[in-house]
Design a protein around this ligand. Structure first.
Ligand SMILES: NC(=O)c1ccc[n+]([C@@H]2O[C@H](COP(=O)([O-])OP(=O)(O)OC[C@H]3O[C@@H](n4cnc5c(N)ncnc54)[C@H](O)[C@@H]3O)[C@@H](O)[C@H]2O)c1
Length: 249
């Protein structure tokens, strides 16, 4: 299906390699005619991805951002708005994970996880929304995880689960707060996918998933591209499970 993405400006936050959800999402948005901004703390990686996206035939640039730093986020949004005159779509993909148990966790590890996965998601929305309001249009998609729904126990530690649960709550709050401005905020909660985020053997997991396989990045990208489309404008504050039936709550 072709959505109304022609010339929409989409910032993919957390886009520095071709294995993760961000590149798969950027590619699908590019196929739909969107203008792409790959933003990441790994500036060199983001530049390489933007170059690949241009070789794929899409309009793409790269910009640096540290999602934990409000000034850096403001600078990203200002730069994009001054260049294109609009920010239509935010794909909030940046994140880290860490497998650790509660009693081994330091406050430093807790703080870093919350700073990147939860505060970072909040700051991206806080800095982008004023520009979306100027045009009366915006679509934001955040990234949670199946772990936030089922309590985890596989990869992410309790700090990861707390941060991603917070992302689900933020999605609801901002989805309600800004919908009358023409801005929707939604979320996807993927099951495990071998993107390189974690150095783990995913093979044994497939058997425990009703679909019989772990996710591939395009599974997640397809849900994100739908939720960020103009056509999905009556959907806000929801978190969509993309997990092959592993968890349905
Ligand atoms: N891979 C999975 O199995 C899985 C499952 C559920 C949810 N997720 C979530 O999906 C998202 C994307 O993960 P992925 O698997 O595609 O991994 P990924 O490592 O490809 O993507 C994460 C990106 O975030 C960037 N990043 C990290 N810290 C940053 C910062 N401070 N500022 C800006 N960018 C920063 C990294 O450089 C990287 O490019 C994450 O939020 C992750 O928690 C992943």
């Amino acid at each position: 299906m072709k959505f109304s993405y022609q010339d929409r400006v989409a910032i993919i936050v957390g886009c520095s390699n071709t294995k993760g959800f961000a590149y798969a999402t950027a590619k699908m948005l590019g196929e739909q005619g969107a203008v792409l901004v790959a933003a990441d703390i790994n500036e060199e990686g983001a530049r390489a991805v933007a170059e690949i996206l241009r070789q794929d035939g899409y309009q793409a640039i790269a910009l640096p951002v540290d999602v934990t730093d409000e000034a850096s986020q403001e600078n990203l949004m200002k730069t994009v708005y001054e260049k294109y005159g609009r920010i239509d779509v935010i794909m909030n993909v940046a994140g880290i994970s860490q497998s650790i148990r509660t009693l081994e966790m330091t406050t430093k590890a807790w703080d870093r996880m919350i700073a990147i996965n939860l505060t970072g998601t909040f700051l991206t929305m806080k800095t982008a929304i004023p520009y979306m309001q100027k045009n009366g249009y915006g679509r934001i998609v955040n990234l949670a995880s199946v772990s936030a729904k089922n309590g985890g126990g596989v990869f992410g530690g309790p700090h990861y689960i707390a941060a991603k649960s917070g992302v689900i709550g933020l999605t609801r709050a901002l989805g309600k707060e800004f919908v009358r401005d023409g801005i929707t905020v939604n979320c996807v909660a993927p099951g495990p996918c071998n993107t390189g985020l974690l150095d783990t053997d995913f093979t044994p997991m497939a058997a425990g998933i009703p679909a019989g396989r772990i996710a591939v990045p395009d599974d997640v990208a397809a849900a994100m591209v739908f939720l960020a489309s103009e056509e999905a404008g009556y959907i806000t504050g929801v978190t969509v499970n993309v997990n092959g039936g592993a968890y349905m709550g």
